[in-house]
Design a protein around this ligand. Structure first.
Ligand SMILES: CCCCC/C=C\C/C=C\C/C=C\C/C=C\CCCC(=O)SCCNC(=O)CCNC(=O)[C@H](O)C(C)(C)COP(=O)(O)OP(=O)(O)OC[C@H]1O[C@@H](n2cnc3c(N)ncnc32)[C@H](O)[C@@H]1OP(=O)(O)O
Length: 219
């Protein structure tokens, strides 16, 4: 395959394109702690058998909490920059639904650089359920898409998913550690070919390939 990737050093700084960028290290720990607590809240609400009085009291407490922090909001499209990625490749959306550090709807997942590409470990609660006891297939696809897109971006070639192909090889269980791996397998003009897997206990439960297309960036 031919390689015509834009060199990483030529990628523009998203700030120069008008994006709001927040350094991940500057996010208050009170905010990331709150995100964790809200995750626990979502899981608890989804499974509780508490009685009506307790549910009503909990609703009032949550409403009070919302009132306490509602006010100025970061803009949609705000990016977060991770300092553990070198140069201009460590950008992602702050509220990304799979990995955004301020999004309590995202599972506690963090892709890390490896020699081969990217790797994450994640345990999904019952909030991500599809079939009984199993992760929803759409979420499996979402996690693979995130890993695939991030592998492309981490290699200096951020783009949009043009095609995503998922094979579900074995059931993916809830409430157990899952391993996600992804890497770039080739490039051709603006296309970046990527592959990824999800494993439980070393066994592949799902695998995906994607064509990411690098979009023209000004500058
Ligand atoms: C320094 C960065 C600055 C900016 C920072 C911004 C963001 C942060 C950066 C990175 C983010 C980090 C991590 C990523 C995280 C998560 C990943 C999630 C990814 C997504 O969740 S993303 C949402 C879903 N995604 C879409 O919303 C795309 C909708 N879509 C389109 O916007 C267009 O469709 C587009 C752009 C894809 C192409 O449009 P286009 O006009 O640019 O290009 P064109 O059509 O000419 O195709 C060019 C070559 O791709 C081939 N091609 C086209 N389509 C194909 C297909 N389906 N299958 C196979 N090949 C295909 C052609 O055949 C041709 O190939 P060839 O070169 O061989 O001719």
């Amino acid at each position: 395959m031919t390689v015509e990737a834009q060199p990483v050093s030529e990628l523009p700084d998203p700030r120069s394109l008008g994006f709001t960028v927040v350094a991940e290290d500057d996010l208050p720990t009170e905010l990331t702690d709150l995100v964790d607590q809200v995750r626990t809240l979502i899981d608890t609400v989804a499974h509780t058998e508490a009685d009506g009085a307790d549910l009503a009291a909990a609703r009032d407490l949550v409403a009070e909490a919302v009132k306490r922090i509602d006010g100025e909001r970061r803009p949609i499209g705000a990016l977060v920059h991770r300092s553990d990625f070198e140069g201009p490749v460590g950008f992602g959306t702050l509220t990304n639904v799979v990995e955004g550090p301020t999004n309590p709807a995202a599972p506690p997942m963090r892709l890390e650089l490896t020699e081969e590409g990217l790797r994450a470990e994640v345990t999904l609660s019952g909030v991500y359920q599809g079939p009984p006891g199993l992760v929803h297939g759409g979420w499996i696809a979402a996690m693979l898409d995130q890993a695939l897109g991030s592998a492309s971006a981490a290699a200096g070639m951020p783009g949009l998913t043009a095609n995503l192909d998922v094979n579900y090889r074995n059931p993916t269980p809830l409430n157990v550690p899952l391993e996600i791996t992804a890497r770039v397998t080739g490039t051709e003009r603006r296309k970046v070919f990527v592959s990824a897997e999800i494993r439980h206990n070393g066994e592949v439960t799902a695998e995906g390939t994607a064509v990411m297309v690098q979009v023209a960036l000004p500058g």
